[in-house]
Design a protein around this ligand. Structure first.
Ligand SMILES: NC(=O)c1ccc[n+]([C@@H]2O[C@H](COP(=O)([O-])OP(=O)(O)OC[C@H]3O[C@@H](n4cnc5c(N)ncnc54)[C@H](OP(=O)(O)O)[C@@H]3O)[C@@H](O)[C@H]2O)c1
Length: 230
């Protein structure tokens, strides 16, 4: 199950999973534009609205991989803050709504889908800039705060499910800087060779998802498998 299947990374994850696991049933959400990938059960969902997440979950049975690739960094009107003078309450709330809340709603409404005898994965695409320990540059207040809160949500879910869903590995993933609409305005500053295509990122993330076991739950992992400090 992929949330944000019309995004750059979400879409590439679907293509990669389809290629590697041709027998897998793939359920995916789109928001504004329905992608044209076939053999996917598509559903239009605003993942910030609990009723829509609940209705989506109702149509699905047992789940093995639940991956949230929804996120926001900028809008047409607003870019991430360079400093405190640029803080805007509405933009901050929109970051929290889009980057944190959906993971909690999906965890709530997919708990029963993940309760089975096989290994399962519940992962959200976070971002290294959400690491408090790793923050050296500052700025990007709303995005950094929302990804730090998302990381706390992931850690919390992993602790709760260690007792109640011991078959599940819960993880936050850093995809690396990837050539998508989200990173587009900031790509000029990316060092040579550090901007991944969405296909490369998806291949690396599927490698990570495939190697996850319940014993690995509660980690923040980069595309290359290295742990990132929370
Ligand atoms: N690209 C990078 O360099 C990079 C680096 C680190 C972390 N990440 C993280 O990776 C994740 C995926 O980002 P991306 O690069 O693939 O960006 P993207 O192409 O902009 O995709 C973002 C996705 O989120 C969806 N979305 C936003 N609000 C939504 C809502 N309320 N309900 C449902 N879907 C919603 C978008 O749908 P619409 O297009 O229809 O609005 C789109 O599918 C994000 O969490 C991002 O923070 C990306």
């Amino acid at each position: 199950m992929i949330l944000g299947g019309n995004g750059g990374i979400g879409n590439a994850l679907i293509s990669e999973i389809k290629q590697r696991y041709p027998k897998a049933s793939i359920f995916a959400t789109w928001y504004t534009v329905k992608p044209d990938i076939t053999d996917v059960y598509w559903c239009q969902v605003d993942v910030t609205v609990e009723e829509q997440v609940r209705a989506f979950a109702e149509g699905i049975g047992e789940a093995h991989w639940v991956v949230n690739a929804v996120g926001v960094l900028h809008t047409g009107a607003r870019t991430p803050e360079k400093g405190l003078r640029e803080i805007d309450a509405e933009f901050f709330r929109m970051n929290m709504d889009t980057n944190v809340l959906p993971t909690l709603l999906v965890a709530k409404h997919f708990t029963t889908h993940l309760r089975h005898q096989q290994h399962a994965v519940f992962a959200t695409v976070s971002a290294r800039v959400g690491s408090i320990d790793d923050n050296r540059l500052g700025g990007w207040y709303s995005y950094r705060c929302s990804k730090a809160a998302l990381n706390m949500a992931i850690k919390n879910i992993s602790i709760e499910w260690r007792r109640t869903l011991p078959n599940v590995c819960v993880a936050a993933l850093h995809p690396g800087t990837t050539d998508t609409a989200l990173s587009m305005p900031f790509q000029a500053r990316v060092a040579e060779g550090k901007l991944f295509s969405s296909a490369k990122t998806a291949a690396l993330l599927v490698d990570r998802l495939a190697e996850m076991t319940p014993e690995m739950t509660g980690r923040f992992i980069a595309y290359d498998g290295n742990a990132i400090p929370w």
